[in-house]
Write a protein that binds this ligand. Structure first.
Ligand code: UDP
Length: 494
């Protein structure tokens, strides 16, 4: 049986992948920080759980971590014996079923069992909040009569497009005659071209379409959707979703959900730097003038092809800017062989550029006063972090998924970014990159002013009386309503 917890409990189910996990950890922290909710975060495997530095993220908060991957429940991770954190759910051996210990359970069954166990505990949860890419969380919640909310980790702009696409296909607007013509109108969203909407969203023949269609269907079938955004940033899209696109759905804008100090993997939490000592990023930034450094990163997992890395290196060199570049390499590639001849002595050695080859402390970099611009793939966490932590303009180089739509929003909606255009083969040449970098770093004063204004609005939204705090409160009120929580003092309290 689970422990007695003094406050109403919410169970948060995190998806794999840093881009999904980071906002879920942010939500756990936001909820627990109210002092009114105890949180249990459920991970799908031990690797995901082990990447969480809970002593940093959740220090002093009523947050517990649990793992669904049944086989992993048999092993206590090393820090559980270190005494630095409070009791963990999977320390409780009664929670393991024989089937679970054999690792043969599918995630849906494992979650059903975990929730049933928690519901029978002295502090039953009031609701489940699941990542939107985990549709299989719906059945266990429904079967156990537990309210289920969804955390949508993409922007509201993308959500509006995703739910409006069916209409665009019915109206024969998609597929478009000219995929590059920006005249597709979606309520609340800047005009789009077909190129700005990933094919799997609208084309039922695309192999990923059924899967993503299911995610979206299960999202609106939930009791409500939490959006990792703040109202002032995406008010048009949020209003359109509420009034026109999904009028029956409760939407809560509770972002930005940002946690700092996330590591790249459970085994590698350091930041390896090419041509310098490890962990040198911040020292290197300290040595640079204000707003002079271009930060370049394509998120947590996307890898540019080798030729594109070489082209980007040439563009960064000829741009004349200081740059801090996170390079993720294809297996078998080495950074030394991809950089142009003499790059090391011309660019790295004199301190013009720094290359990080594993995982960079992105939020810290964005917060640093030397950072003046960001070349980004437009992953939503990266865009939010840029707006909320740095308030600097972006060079938008979207690769897949929600990123092209987010790029349109950053460039045409927020007006704080310059878009990179690829050629017909999908390659981006150095001149294109160099021009975009110069527009941001040299001619970007107006974009910088607007980005700074959004940074200010983000801080207000997150403040006690700000829109995101109010929205979080509304979500909590809805989740707690009807689920009167009567703590029964089992004598087993923490
Ligand atoms: N990130 C980081 N260091 C890195 C690469 C990524 O801290 O070297 C973090 C980044 O701050 C962001 C997340 O990983 O929070 C990436 O999420 P995003 O949605 O931007 O892109 P994805 O990786 O999902 O494509």
């Amino acid at each position: 049986m689970g422990r007695w917890r003094k406050k109403p409990q919410m169970v948060l189910c995190a998806a794999l992948g840093r881009g999904h996990m980071i906002p879920m950890m942010g939500l756990a922290r936001s909820l627990a920080s109210t002092g009114e909710i105890s949180v249990t975060v459920v991970f799908q495997n031990a690797g995901a759980r082990n990447s969480i530095q809970e002593a940093t993220f959740f220090s002093g908060l009523d947050v517990e971590l649990a793992v669904l991957d049944a086989a992993n429940l048999c092993e206590d991770p090393p820090w559980l014996t270190g005494g630095s954190v409070s009791a963990r759910m999977h320390k409780d051996r009664s929670r393991r079923s024989p089937k679970a210990a054999a690792g043969s359970m599918d995630p849906e069954s494992a979650l059903r069992e975990l929730l049933a166990d928690l519901l029978a505990s002295p502090s039953p949860p009031v609701c489940l909040v699941a990542d939107f890419s985990l549709p299989w969380t719906a059945a266990p919640a429904r079967d156990l009569d537990l309210a289920r909310y969804v955390l949508y980790t993409d922007p509201a702009n993308f959500m509006a497009v995703a739910y409006f696409c069916k209409k665009l296909v019915e109206m024969a607007i998609l597929p478009a005659k000219d995929p590059r013509e920006k005249k597709i109108a979606v309520p609340g969203v800047p005009d789009l071209s077909q190129h700005d909407i990933s094919q799997y969203i609208w084309d039922s023949r695309d192999q990923y379409h059924p899967r993503v269609e299911l995610w979206h269907r299960k999202t609106v079938e939930s009791d409500g959707v939490l959006l990792n955004t703040f109202y002032e940033l995406e008010s048009s899209a949020v209003d359109a979703l509420r009034e026109e696109i999904l009028p029956g759905t409760s939407l809560f804008t509770v972002g930005p959900l940002i946690v700092t100090g996330f590591s790249g993997s459970e085994s590698d939490s350091r930041c390896a730097v090419y041509g310098a000592e490890k962990n040198a990023c911040m020292e290197w930034l300290d040595s640079k003038p204000e707003s002079s450094v271009l930060y370049v990163s394509f998120g947590s997992w996307e890898v540019l092809v080798d030729d594109q890395i070489t082209e980007l290196a040439q563009a960064l060199e000829s741009s004349g800017c200081f740059f801090l570049w996170v390079v993720r390499l294809a297996p078998g590639s080495s950074i030394g062989s991809l950089l142009p001849q003499g790059f090391e002595s011309r660019v790295i050695a004199p301190g013009r550029g720094l290359i990080v080859t594993t995982w960079a402390p992105q939020q810290e970099i964005l917060k640093h006063q030397a950072t003046g611009g960001f070349v980004t793939h437009c992953g939503w966490n990266s865009v939010l972090e840029c707006v909320c932590l740095a308030g600097v303009p972006m060079v938008c180089w979207p690769l897949i998924s929600d990123q092209p739509t987010t790029c349109r929003f950053v460039v045409d909606g927020l007006r704080i970014g310059v878009e990179i255009h690829e050629d017909a083969s999908g390659f981006v040449d150095r001149g294109e990159i160099e021009n975009a970098v110069k527009m941001v770093m040299v001619e970007g004063a107006e974009m910088r002013r607007i980005a700074g204004e959004y940074k200010r609005l983000a801080a207000i939204a997150a403040s006690e009386e700000g829109s995101s705090s109010i929205s979080l409160r509304e979500f909590m009120d809805k989740a707690l309503k009807g689920r009167s929580y009567v703590p029964c003092n089992s004598g087993n309290s923490t």
